[in-house]
Write a protein that binds this ligand. Structure first.
Ligand code: GDP
Length: 528
């Protein structure tokens, strides 16, 4: 492997933000981009009501609701690193997308509303990151408000999320009396100034904890309190330990306010210094290292119409090893064909640009004309299949019906394509001509009808359907599977990828069938 390749790979940091809705993910994304010099002033990523919308806000509905339905990728330089930030949809109805995006990153930033502490969705997302022991950096946000006791917050993270906390900064006051943070590793106090949220502030720093300037800057009461608290903090909390961080057992914790753009840079300094460069990934054949010469990557996300002027679909690929160069040939392993990739896109700072080169850890977008599915592996010839990209059994079901029955073909095409993207799942019962749409959250149904109309020109409506849950079924024994299919055909369907699924009218029915057919495997997730 060449040194330039290794240096490029070593400089990559690819991460995503996990948080509960409203904790401040969008705001912190904006400030991160500001520090990465990727935007000129904050307020352009998701300008609610300002008429300016992020590039990812491709859908009217999304604009109206002000939620980010899509996943986008932003790349920017910071310190000596090239950082890839993968945005995840915040709305819980799109959690499948979020889960899959988390398979494409090497670390996560957990943003917590410090007035609220650990919330539901953070808990769920942390569970997902635990599956791969992804390293976590924590940002306690909204220090410009009255927050909960910082010590208590760390306690809560430790007990509820089962990860040790190592404070890197410590807050001085909060709300109207928020004075700044003391940086435990740099032994300096960085003073907060209000009213500079949209710009990069000139830092006001007081060196040393015993420096009388500190008393002058924050008031002697606060200074004294800080000194006392820090003794306690140093005694009671964990020191940062890089090994434990990299194994996902300990998180460095930063305090600040995304809105006030304070503390975000401290967090970024830590993330670029400590978070791992592109990590190896498993395939069903072998482990692939990021520094390998030969290119490989997997598709974790497909998204349509990011740019309304180009009605194409983009397959997001995480490069696992090697280097992409424009015009290179790649093997699309699932279909066994070599394809010429001449026009991949990168996501530098929100604007789509033509990628000349990209390296392990980077995300590139391939134009997809229906041949690429989530989970697909691309290589420079080797037959590999990356593992661990999940599909989740939907929990809500509707029958979908056309207003104009002549458009059945378009409807099916649209649904299959949308299911390949992971926007929704479609089931075709073996015994009927119904089309059943399954989703993890209710908003997905609305998105699908809106997209069917705008992209496929079909008007569809939903009806209630008697399906409570679905499981993918597998059986090693072909004969037993055939028998099962014969006896249970009324409850069997094919999904968008023609995989056999059991669609159960009730949980009781599912449990009975599982008891009755012990040789059949009923799976709640399916790997792409
Ligand atoms: P998301 O849902 O996690 O993307 O959260 P947003 O970034 O959209 O923030 C939710 C709300 O919290 C918005 O009204 C923000 O202006 C506000 N917010 C975000 N960060 C801060 C902060 O540091 N302080 C205060 N006071 N409000 C914040």
């Amino acid at each position: 492997m060449s040194n330039t390749l290794l240096a490029e790979v070593a400089s990559r940091r690819t991460f995503a933000i996990i948080s509960h809705p409203d904790a401040g993910k969008t705001t912190i994304t904006e400030k991160v981009l500001l520090h990465g010099r990727a935007i000129q002033s904050a307020g352009t990523v998701k300008g609610r009501g300002s008429g300016q919308h992020a590039k990812s806000d491709w859908m009217e509905m999304e604009k109206e609701r002000g939620i980010s339905v899509t996943t986008s990728v932003m790349q920017f330089p910071y310190n000596s690193c090239l950082v890839n930030l993968l945005d995840t949809p915040g709305h819980e109805d799109f959690s499948e997308d979020t889960y899959r995006t988390l398979t494409a990153v090497d670390s996560c930033l957990m943003v917590i509303d410090a007035a609220k502490g650990v919330e539901d969705r953070t808990r769920k997302l942390m569970e997902v990151t635990r599956l791969r022991d992804t390293p976590i950096v924590t940002f306690m946000n909204k220090l410009d408000r009255d927050i909960r006791d910082p010590m208590e917050l760390l306690d809560e993270v430790e007990t509820e999320l089962n990860i040790l906390c190592a404070p890197i900064t410590w807050p001085i006051g909060c709300g109207k009396l928020f004075k700044g943070v003391y940086h435990l590793h740099r032994d300096e106090t960085i003073l907060y100034q209000t009213g500079h949220g949209h710009t990069i502030q000139e830092l006001r720093i007081v060196k040393g904890l015993d420096n009388p300037d500190l008393d002058a800057a924050v008031g002697s009461d606060f200074a004294e309190q800080l000194r006392e608290e820090l003794e306690l903090v140093r005694g009671a909390s964990n020191e940062f330990d890089k090994e434990l961080f990299l194994s996902g057992e300990l998180t460095p914790v930063y305090f600040g306010t995304a809105l006030g753009n304070f503390g975000v840079d401290h967090m970024l300094d830590g993330l670029t210094e400590w978070a791992p460069a592109p990590m190896p990934r498993e395939t069903s054949e072998r482990t692939v290292e990021a520094g390998e010469d030969k290119f490989s990557g997997f598709v974790f996300k497909i998204q349509a119409n990011m740019d309304p002027k180009h009605r194409d679909r983009i397959a997001f690929m995480r490069i696992v090893s090697g280097k992409y160069t424009q015009g290179m040939k790649m093997k699309h392993v699932r279909i066994g064909k070599t394809v010429n990739i001449s026009d991949a896109v990168t996501f530098m700072a929100g604007d789509r640009e033509r990628a000349e080169e990209a390296f392990a850890g980077d995300i590139i977008g391939l134009h997809n004309h229906g041949t690429i599915q989530i989970g697909d592996t691309f290589t420079q010839g080797e037959d590999l299949k990356f593992t661990g990209i999940p599909n989740f059994a939907p929990e809500m079901f509707r029958r979908i019906r056309l207003k104009d029955p002549l458009k059945q073909k378009q409807l099916l095409k649209g649904l299959v394509q949308l299911s390949e993207e992971g926007a929704v799942q479609v089931f075709r019962p073996l015994d009927t001509n119904d089309l059943i749409v399954g989703a993890v959250g209710v908003l997905q149904f609305e998105v699908v009808v809106a997209r069917l109309k705008s992209e496929y020109n079909v008007e569809a409506i939903y009806e209630a359907v008697n399906v409570a849950t679905a499981r993918w079924v597998y059986c090693e024994d072909g004969r037993k599977l055939e028998e099962f299919k014969r006896k249970c055909s009324t409850n069997l369907a094919l999904d968008g990828g023609d995989n056999l699924t059991y669609i159960a009218p009730t949980m009781v029915n599912l449990n009975l069938s599982m008891e009755r057919y012990p040789d059949i495997q009923f799976a709640k997730t399916r790997e792409h």
